[in-house]
Design a protein around this ligand. Structure first.
Ligand code: NAD
Length: 401
């Protein structure tokens, strides 16, 4: 079967390499640098091995392209493009729109179009289908379905094969074809009664995490004010064998999903006349954590950071990945800089970020740990400055959040 995947990032490349074991895959992306690297068998995504891409290319099952005409003749097209927030933190479907345009302008016959990008309930029915119909010069009856991606970059025990996958078509026929397609490489398929249920479930999964992370971050602040160890409190609560799920305090939320997806749910809720109060409050609490941390560090250091050298340790949004998207480290650096010190950062996994290179883990007056990678030893962090503030709970002996 010929399959085209629009977008060759974390989601699109992952699905492409899995699907290429069974199908002919065209990986379409607007970024010509990514495309030429991929055609040389070089992966730009952690978690997708270059050897898997090479194997797919040499087996004749994979080709990356910037040419929309290459998707002609596809039986299935998967959309895996970014769904960010705009400057007002509202859903930005610009990339989805341009993916619809490429699909409409290049498909010559009916295909099954599956959206894997995260978006609000109603996206496939009320946005993608009408957009493709609007951009098509000839009338073609495509089928439409949704199967939201749940990939967790860096996680090794769950992948495309064993992660349960939700799916639903706009028609029963689209649902059956979607199941047939994913069952070629995924063992755990979960059909739901409508695309809207699948879209809403995906948003709620990440909203659940965002709200619980905010709640535990609020508990960290309450515990500090009361002189109670928050992590010991959470470990104690975690001994309850039912009805409790442990989340850990942190500098905030990062990555492509948790800081973004809940706002898609809040926006669609607002349009339906319901105020998403939890989501809004959780956003506020998480976004305020860097300021709270900076002020704790300032208080502990005689009430002023002016003239001090502060090192932010770990700028990736989570351990053992180089991904800095929406990392709370960025807000923390801003919050610290507002208090007057010279701020640098150290992260050997990220290497270079926002036009500067990772600094050595030494010579600072103050170190603040945002992310602790396995390759960075806790003892080295402790030696990097006389005062170390740890937001991760992994640097024993440091001042804890
Ligand atoms: N990264 C994750 O962990 C994750 C997990 C689950 C769901 N998602 C969702 O999947 C979607 C894709 O996310 P991602 O992390 O793969 O993004 P990404 O930024 O890693 O990759 C997106 C790719 O799409 C390309 N692109 C943009 N517009 C395009 C267009 N019109 N045509 C072709 N290519 C285009 C970009 O050049 C980029 O290479 C988003 O909706 C995201 O929320 C991501």
């Amino acid at each position: 079967m010929k399959l085209s995947v629009i977008g060759q990032g974390y989601v699109g490349l992952t699905i492409s390499t899995f699907a290429a074991r069974h199908h002919q895959v065209v990986g379409f992306d607007l970024n010509s640098t990514i495309v030429s690297q991929l055609n040389k068998g070089i992966s730009h995504i952690e978690g997708v091995a270059s050897s898997d891409i090479k194997q797919a290319i040499f087996g004749g099952n994979y080709k990356a392209t910037t040419n929309g005409a290459d998707i002609a003749g596809s039986e299935i097209v998967v959309i895996a493009v970014p769904t960010p927030l705009d400057e007002k933190r509202k859903p930005d479907l610009t990339f989805i729109d341009s993916a619809c345009k490429v699909i409409a302008e290049n498909l010559t016959g009916p295909a099954l179009i599956i959206n894997e990008s995260t978006s609000f309930p109603g996206t496939i029915r009320n946005y993608i289908k009408p957009a493709i119909e609007k951009y098509s010069k000839v009338k073609i009856e495509h089928s439409y379905a949704i199967s939201p991606e749940r990939v967790d970059p860096g996680r090794e025990n769950f992948n495309q094969k064993n992660t349960p996958r939700l799916y639903a078509g706009l028609t029963p026929e689209a649902t059956v074809r979607t199941r047939d397609f994913y069952s070629t490489f995924c063992d755990n398929l979960v059909e739901v009664s409508s695309p809207e249920v699948a879209e809403a479930a995906k948003l709620f999964e990440n909203t659940f995490r965002q709200v619980n992370i905010a709640l535990v971050n609020e508990l960290a602040q309450i515990s500090h004010a009361l002189g109670i160890d928050v992590r010991e409190t959470l470990d104690a609560a975690g001994t309850k064998p039912y009805g409790f799920m442990k989340f850990s305090p942190s500098a905030g939320v990062g990555g492509h999903c948790i800081p973004v997806d809940p706002s898609y749910l809040a926006d669609v809720a607002e349009k339906a006349g319901v105020e998403a109060t939890f989501i809004k409050r959780a956003n506020e609490v998480n976004l305020a954590m860097p300021k709270y941390i900076a002020s704790r560090v300032e208080k502990d250091n005689g009430g002023s950071l002016k003239g001090k050298k502060v090192l932010v340790v770990g700028v990736a949004y989570k351990p053992n990945v180089a991904d800095t998207r929406e990392s709370p480290a960025e807000l923390l650096i801003d919050a610290l800089e507002n208090l007057g010190p010279v701020v640098s950062w150290s992260d050997p996994v990220v290497g270079s970020w926002k036009g500067s290179d990772s600094s050595p883990l030494s010579g600072a007056d103050i170190a603040v740990v945002v992310t602790k990678h396995d390759v960075v030893a806790a003892e080295d962090i402790l030696k990097s400055a006389p005062y170390v503030f740890d937001t991760t709970g992994k640097v024993k002996g440091a001042v804890q959040l």
